[in-house]
Design a protein around this ligand. Structure first.
Ligand code: SF4
Length: 324
């Protein structure tokens, strides 16, 4: 079967190839999903309302750009994860469906647009992520901080979770984001270190780990969170080692979900991890001391993030009360 390079956005806008750097790669067959991966179809009235608000405010979401399987469920609850700083990423990870290339300049009205959309959606908890902006001197750190401050101004009761890039070689960038005081700082490790060269070649495992550790050093009260996908071919022991690494970095919350291959040009799914294995990972991670663990085939960084934030806070309160 010939490959169709993915050139169309979910909103129907035709674009040039989303992944020019992958065009020369051989096709890899997309495995049929097992019956435990079932998702809600998009299209409910609330889904349509969420879509309208995103378009009215000229916002991009990772839900659409990454082709997230949970969009039908999340948007039916008005849970959308804003993706700031454009829709074009300067990295080219082997798993990611976000368009790659040279991004446009930053939109100075974006912080206000995001804040207005958060207010209109009435969100108690919002997740803000971004593309990688290696082209910017600060990696986009100030823009992240501006978005956080704009949301605080219009929706002071909304809790804010950021999911940032690694700001590799951007000294001082992390400090700028932490100083804006998000409630949760998330940075995903994505996979085990042995697979970085093939799955996340532009990143460095120990840099990402150190970034998470530094967040706690800068502000011990800030929740930290990280996630991985499984099904790339990692071994169980590698995942358990990664858990230990995250605990040493004092990370509070771990998410583990199944990798799903966006197109034939992306990294192949090595296997579908069973729900029982996800449960087992959750038990081990909890025993290792994470405050919260979300581990299931459809877990994504921002899946059920609002409910999880409430559980995270309750778990910390419970831990503190046993210590006093
Ligand atoms: S899991 Fe996150 S990225 Fe996926 S649809 Fe839900 S909010 Fe969007």
């Amino acid at each position: 079967m010939p490959t169709l390079i993915d050139t169309v956005r979910s909103d129907g806008k035709d674009k040039s190839s989303r992944h020019p750097e992958k065009a020369h790669k051989p096709d890899t067959p997309i495995l049929r999903k097992p019956n435990w991966i079932r998702v809600k179809a998009p299209g409910s009235p609330v889904y349509q309302e969420t879509l309208k608000i995103m378009r009215e405010h000229n916002l991009t979401t990772v839900c659409e750009e990454a082709g997230c399987p949970n969009i039908g469920e999340c948007w039916s609850k008005k849970h959308a994860t804003m993706m700031i700083m454009g829709e074009t990423c300067t990295r080219a990870c082997a798993f990611c469906n976000v368009r790659t290339g040279l991004p446009d300049p930053l939109d100075p009205s974006e912080p206000e647009n995001v804040a207005n959309a958060v207010a209109k959606l009435g969100l108690e908890h919002v997740v803000v992520t971004s593309v990688d902006r290696d082209d910017l001197a600060d990696g986009g750190a100030k823009h992240f901080a501006d978005v956080i401050r704009a949301i605080r101004t219009t929706s002071p009761k909304t809790t804010i979770e950021v999911l940032t890039p690694d700001f590799l070689r951007k000294n001082g960038a992390l400090e700028v984001v932490v100083a804006a005081r998000p409630d949760v700082y998330n940075h995903n490790l994505e996979t085990v270190p042995a697979l970085y060269l093939t799955i996340r070649p532009g990143a460095r495992y120990f840099h990402s780990l150190r970034l998470l550790q530094q967040v706690k050093e800068l502000d011990a009260s800030m929740f930290t969170k990280s996630g991985i996908m499984v099904g790339f071919g990692e071994s169980r022991n590698e995942v358990l080692q990664l858990m230990d690494d995250l605990r040493i970095a004092n990370v509070d919350f771990l998410t583990i979900g199944q990798y799903l291959q966006p197109t034939r040009k992306h990294a192949a799914v090595n296997r579908f991890v069973t729900p029982e294995e996800f449960d087992s990972y959750a038990r081990v991670a909890t025993a290792k001391g994470f405050l919260l663990v979300s581990s299931s085939p459809l877990t994504r960084s921002s899946y059920h993030a609002g409910d999880d934030f409430a559980r995270l806070r309750a778990a910390r309160d419970a831990t503190l009360s046993t210590q006093s």
